[in-house]
Write a protein that binds this ligand. Structure first.
Ligand code: AMP
Length: 574
């Protein structure tokens, strides 16, 4: 193992490294720094956050910057404002003994004029989000025509967030002889394409194995029915009283809703998503960092900037659409050599998604049961005893003690403990009274199994829907959890979707006289199986259709009639 000095870093950096208390280089630093310093090459580095990658590119970059020149020499692109600020702060620490080097962060959601004026004072390093810097380039507020180093940090995440074109645009505004250092946790084909198009014979290094989450993370899944998802979340929290967690939801709306419910139910929770103002987000993050918030409910995008070690649990309240996103989520825990748990709450229909994640992360998930009330009570009581034992006595209680002693006089130690435990036990016992076993029975629903119900609906791509927007539409109309409706398949003028049998009646009832913009939306059972695609229309479906068609009082015959005929034709063609 080499020392920082042996990696070729200069004294001023070594002093800062000592100040920061770094004793030895991390794996990524040991591999990347010599390539960047001595070989002066382009580099593709596959590394998760928490591996020390900021220093892996930050140290060499600082060493290579010419403080005498005031032009922008190094450009770091990163996906979010939070990351931008974090990198800027880290660079300030690394460069603490390097006077004359100025780093400026430019990111959206803050005053562009302020940022431009900071740049005008001279900045050799700019840390930017792609959207904002592109804007500044086009408004000639920044000149990146003489940069020597361009660093793409969390490249996969920038592409996930739709910055591909912006990045290409930005890179094409830089000199071709610049060096490019690309850091990414994963290597999807879009990242490989950027590397191919914009980099010159890059060296490639990997820390850990590609696409693999942290070795310190255990992965668990819990199978519940869709409408028990929230209850399951609470039980997981109750069974882990010291939880310090990020809970991932797929939409901003769900994120806000779940956080609000948790707060109402007495949990130390907070929401983090893009609809919050920057000030609100800063407050939430501050509370999370100092542990006033134990359960941070977040969207994937908003959570990107979270750089908090010690997160004990990541809870996937809903699975993400992309497996890559799961890797990012679970990478929030198990950092800095600590162990962590990534929990996934799913419905039966999603078990197959777990299998495909397992294949990619090359780790097995453990199927676990949502703990029952007795188990939780036991954990909580044990936790309480532990807490009492370890609580430091607050001397401010002294004035109240005589009165308290008076009240408790005559109760011996044994009895006092019994009473104390009873207070806590009764609270939990009454909270969990009459609660059911939340674990869904049965095993994986195989494709083609007969548990889900398939429906036909007379709207499709022609009405402006794709599978996501139609799913959202259904979910909102039906007030269902996201995955109670699944396998949404949009055709031109009609679509199919599936649901759990438990919500079948609700779906049929909701759409029995349903009009949207004056038009009837017709939902009927297509086939009683979970098969993909529409398949043959079952007897039930025909019956419900007949019932619907025959019901003239709903009006709009002409238009709907036409639609029905079209649908029939379409389905004949299938
Ligand atoms: P990063 O992967 O860049 O987000 O870094 C994660 C954390 O590790 C940051 O707080 C760094 O300050 C810290 N760090 C980076 N390199 C080292 C090192 N060699 N030794 C100890 N801590 C480090």
């Amino acid at each position: 193992m080499l020392t920082f000095k042996e990696l070729g870093l200069e004294d001023r950096l070594l002093t800062a490294i000592t100040d920061m208390g770094f004793t030895k280089p991390s794996e990524i630093q040991e591999k990347a720094i010599p390539i960047l310093l001595e070989k002066d090459k382009d580099l593709v580095a596959l590394a998760q956050t928490g591996t020390g990658k900021t220093a892996a590119f930050g140290f060499p970059l600082l060493q290579k910057i010419d403080p005498a020149k005031k032009s922008v020499q190094g450009l770091i692109l990163s996906p979010t404002r939070e990351l931008c600020l974090q990198i800027t702060q880290e660079l300030a620490l690394y460069g603490a003994h390097m006077p004359g080097i100025n780093t400026v962060a430019v990111y959206g959601g803050a005053s562009i004029t302020d940022q431009a004026s900071k740049l005008r004072k001279g900045a050799q390093i700019v840390v930017a989000t792609p959207g904002r810097i592109k804007d500044m380039i086009s408004r000639r507020l920044i000149d990146i025509s003489s940069i020597r180093y361009c660093i793409l940090d969390e490249a996969d995440e920038m592409l996930n967030m739709g910055f591909l074109d912006d990045i290409k645009d930005i890179l094409s505004n830089t000199p071709s002889e610049r060096h490019t250092w690309l850091f990414s946790a994963t290597m999807p084909k879009e990242v490989a394409q950027i590397a191919k198009q914009f980099m010159r014979k890059p060296d490639e290094i990997t820390v850990g194995s590609k696409n693999t989450g942290s070795v310190n993370v255990n992965h668990e899944y819990y199978v519940v029915s869709g409408n028990n998802r929230y209850k399951a979340l609470k039980r997981l929290a109750d069974a882990n009283p010291e939880i310090f967690s990020v809970i991932f939801c797929r939409t901003k709306r769900d994120t806000q809703r779940i956080a609000e419910k948790l707060i109402e139910d007495g949990y130390n929770a907070g929401a983090l998503h893009g609809d919050l103002s920057q000030n609100q987000r800063d407050i939430v993050m501050k509370s999370f960092r100092n542990r006033q918030i134990q359960m941070l409910v977040a969207t994937d995008v908003a959570a990107r900037g979270i750089d908090v070690d010690d997160i004990t649990h990541v809870i996937n309240y809903q699975l993400p659409d992309e497996t890559e996103t799961y890797t990012h989520r679970s990478g929030r825990t198990g950092r800095a050599g600590k162990s962590g748990i990534s929990m996934v709450i799913i419905t039966k229909s999603e078990i197959r998604k777990i299998r495909s994640i397992e294949r990619i992360i090359k780790k097995e998930f453990e199927r676990k049961d949502i703990p029952g009330p007795e188990e939780i009570c036991e954990i909580q009581l044990y936790h309480l005893s532990d807490k009492i034992r370890n609580t430091k006595i607050d001397k401010n209680i002294e004035p109240y003690l005589p009165a308290v002693n008076d009240v408790l006089e005559g109760i011996d130690r044994e009895e006092l403990i019994r009473k104390l435990v009873t207070v806590e036990f009764s609270r939990f016992a009454s909270y969990y009274k009459d609660t059911d076993n939340l674990n869904a029975s049965g095993d994986e629903r195989v494709s083609g199994g007969n548990e889900s119900v398939r429906y036909f609906i007379n709207v499709g791509a022609r009405d402006g829907y794709d599978w996501k927007t139609l799913k959202d539409f259904l979910r909102v109309q039906l007030n269902l959890e996201r995955d109670e409706v699944f396998k949404v398949e949009v055709k031109d003028s009609f679509s199919f979707f599936s649901s759990e049998p438990s919500v079948k009646q609700q779906i049929l009832d909701t759409f029995s006289e349903f009009k949207l913009d004056g038009r009837f939306i017709n939902v009927e059972i297509s086939e009683p199986t979970g098969r993909g695609g529409g398949g043959k229309k079952g007897k039930k479906g025909r019956k419900s259709r007949e019932r619907f068609d025959g019901n003239q009082k709903f009006g709009h015959k002409g238009k709907r009639g036409k639609q029905s005929a079209k649908n029939k034709n379409k389905r004949k063609q299938r």
